[in-house]
Design a protein around this ligand. Structure first.
Ligand code: FAD
Length: 279
């Protein structure tokens, strides 16, 4: 199917893009187009005007200030897969990027597009929750604001971005020594996850954060599980298993036996992988 007619504009600067979004309520941002274009083609969504941000210089590139890495919204999954700031996160971002869809999608799909769409099964939200990241949102009238990932992910296909706001960058605390684990279950290669768990173990003052996707309307932190891994180093496998079960049931009341087994498997596998790194 073809999409319904829309206007198209490609602003040259961030301020032009923000002005367009402020002045035209019918304007929709397009970045890599990997999710938006199929949705327009299938007519599950419509746009009066597409604002193409793909050439905005301000949303490209990355910056490492020694404490955090700031990644432009337009950085693609493929660029991360190919090794962008590999050392700053001990390779975690590469591992996650490489499992998103297939290379043709990764060549075009962007970090900002994935987060802004907030698909309930997307990979980046869980990863960035586990890394305690935040996003920078910009608007024409109010300038920039920083939003922690927990507040940014509101519901399925719903973020804390307000009308007229653009996600410009993602700020991630550096974790060069991170001990992490990732486990993803998909029905076929390149598909969205039935379940994706990412565990980043605590280090010094930094707490453990275990995040899960596929469990609710959007990715969630597993609070009990994360807490037990920090507070009770002697916790038995049974104690940990019970914490994982309680976390899953709390955020997904109607969980089916398959989903419970699936989520339990990904969470425990991610934790075991994280614990296998030498300190
Ligand atoms: C076959 C296939 C398989 C896939 N498998 C996976 C998978 O396994 N895991 C996974 O995580 N993803 C998967 N995806 C989604 C893919 O990661 C997309 O790249 C991503 O969801 C959207 O990025 P994009 O840059 O293409 O955004 P677009 O499609 O251009 O935009 C998506 C939405 O975000 C908005 N938007 C885009 N950028 C911004 C911004 N900077 N600020 C504000 N709003 C913005 C748009 O208005 C639109 O609503 C898959 C996609 C396909 C086609």
């Amino acid at each position: 199917m073809k999409p319904a007619l829309f206007d198209y504009v490609r602003p040259e600067s961030l301020s032009d893009a923000l002005a367009l979004l402020r002045d035209d309520e019918g304007a929709t941002v397009i970045a890599g187009g990997q999710s938006l274009l199929p949705m327009l083609n299938l007519r599950v969504t419509a746009a009066e005007k597409l604002v193409d941000i793909s050439r905005l210089h301000a949303l490209q590139g990355t910056n490492d200030d020694g404490t955090t890495v700031s990644v432009g919204a337009l950085v693609t999954h493929a660029a991360i897969e190919d090794g962008l700031h590999r050392e700053a996160f001990n390779g975690l971002l590469q591992r996650v990027a490489a499992k998103i869809a297939y290379r043709a999608v990764r060549n075009m799909g962007t970090l900002g597009g994935s987060l802004s769409l907030c698909d309930p099964s997307a990979d980046w939200p869980a990863c960035l929750l586990a890394l305690d990241a935040s996003v920078i949102a910009a608007s024409a009238d109010d300038g920039e604001r920083e939003i922690a990932m927990e507040e940014f992910l509101v519901d399925a296909y719903t973020t804390a971005l307000e009308s007229g706001e653009l996600l410009t960058r993602v700020v991630i605390p550096r974790r060069p020594m991170a001990r992490w684990g990732v486990s993803k279950v998909t029905r076929k290669s390149g598909a969205f996850a039935d379940s994706l768990a990412i565990a980043v173990l605590g280090d010094g003052d930094l707490p453990t954060r275990v995040a899960l996707t596929g469990i609710a309307s959007c990715a969630r932190l597993l609070i009990r599980t994360s807490g037990i891994l920090d507070e009770d180093r002697e916790a038995t496998a049974a104690t940990l298993a019970e914490a994982i079960r309680e976390d899953i049931v709390e955020v997904h009341e109607d969980v089916t036996p398959y989903q419970l087994r699936c989520h339990h498997h990904t969470v425990s596998t991610a934790i075991t992988e994280a614990q296998s790194w030498s300190k």
